[in-house]
Design a protein around this ligand. Structure first.
Ligand code: AMP
Length: 311
């Protein structure tokens, strides 16, 4: 199944308690495509300015990503600056410069319009809808967003949410969007806004899928070294959607498998700065990590005799 993504391609400035770097290759669409490309061909919709490194474009091309939907415009590329707390989890956005995104008017190439899966990565919700409106009859539309848009463009975001099947969002944003501190209650409130299914990303605690009456929890891989978690969420979404692009049906079984594929890809992203690790990961390593996830979550039945006889 074909998979279209619209999102940012960016130059990031990232500060962790241990390292600081500028001009790091990033953006939601970049991480998403790099991760998803391990499962399927991705058709990318994004805009970059004339300061964007050609090396990133060649890397994505090398991974088989279709770049017919990539626009290059005069002006500065989108820039994001963030700082991580000591737990390498909480982060603060220090600056967001929309640059060429401000006047981006995405026009989908003809070859993209029959896409069966669409991922609206984290960008202006009006742009997300503009892209979605050009896809004929997608089977699954998933979407991400962040506090920047929840605070700045809530009404536009709600319109987007009304037409998506799956929202993938982090726990802080879920609480903020729903106005509920409890995640299970927040999930209910968010699903009432439109998305039938919801995935709540919880950083080092993994991710929760709310699907019908079912909840599935995937752990995050216990890593010795988390170098930079930037892009973990987009890599998770890329692994998840990329995997789903290859299955016959999106159902509870395949969604659970996809959660693990996403978690595996996200774990590689955290092991390097920016795209440093993700861009080098090989299929064999992904396979091994998925097997490790299986071992991590498997347990035998406890049996009737396990409980004390004391009532
Ligand atoms: P993640 O860590 O998965 O949430 O993704 C981080 C990436 O999202 C960074 O590479 C940023 O360039 C990009 N990003 C941050 N803020 C925004 C925004 N407001 N719109 C679009 N992309 C953003």
């Amino acid at each position: 199944m074909s998979l279209v993504v619209v999102g940012s391609m960016a130059l990031d400035s990232i500060e962790t308690p241990f390292e600081q770097r500028d001009d790091v290759w990033g953006g939601s669409a970049t991480y998403f495509s790099a991760a998803a490309s391990h499962f399927t061909e991705v058709q990318l919709v994004a805009v970059v300015g004339n300061d964007f490194p050609e090396e990133v474009v060649s890397f994505l091309e090398g991974r088989g990503v279709d770049l017919a939907g990539l626009t290059r415009t005069d002006g500065p590329t989108f820039r994001w600056k963030g700082r991580y707390a000591y737990n390498m989890e909480d982060r603060e956005t220090l600056d967001t410069q929309l640059g060429v995104f401000e006047h981006f008017d995405p026009e989908l190439p003809d070859g993209y319009r029959d896409a069966e899966l669409v991922f609206l990565a984290n960008i202006d919700p009006d742009l997300q809808r503009k892209v979605l409106g050009q896809v004929k009859k997608p089977r699954l539309v998933a979407c991400d967003t962040m506090n920047f848009w929840i605070e700045g463009k809530l009404e536009a975001l709600k319109k987007t949410l009304a037409s998506v099947d799956l929202l993938i969002i982090n726990d802080g944003e879920a609480r903020q969007l729903a106005g509920e501190h409890n995640i299970v209650r927040a999930a209910k409130a968010i699903r009432e806004m439109g998305p039938e299914r919801l995935i709540v990303k919880r950083g080092e605690y993994g991710a929760m899928l709310f699907d019908g009456d079912h909840v599935f929890v995937a752990p995050a891989f216990p890593l010795f070294d988390v170098i930079d978690p930037t892009g973990a969420g987009d890599s998770f979404a890329g692994g998840l959607m990329g995997y789903l692009a290859g299955v016959d049906e999106v159902n509870q079984t395949t969604l659970r498998q996809a959660m693990i594929a996403g978690s595996a890809l996200a774990s590689f992203t955290c092991e390097g700065f920016g795209l440093d690790r993700l861009r080098k990961v090989e299929n064999g390593q992904i396979k091994e990590r998925i097997a490790a996830f299986r071992a991590l979550t498997h347990f035998e039945e406890l049996g009737d005799a396990a409980l004390s006889t004391v009532a």
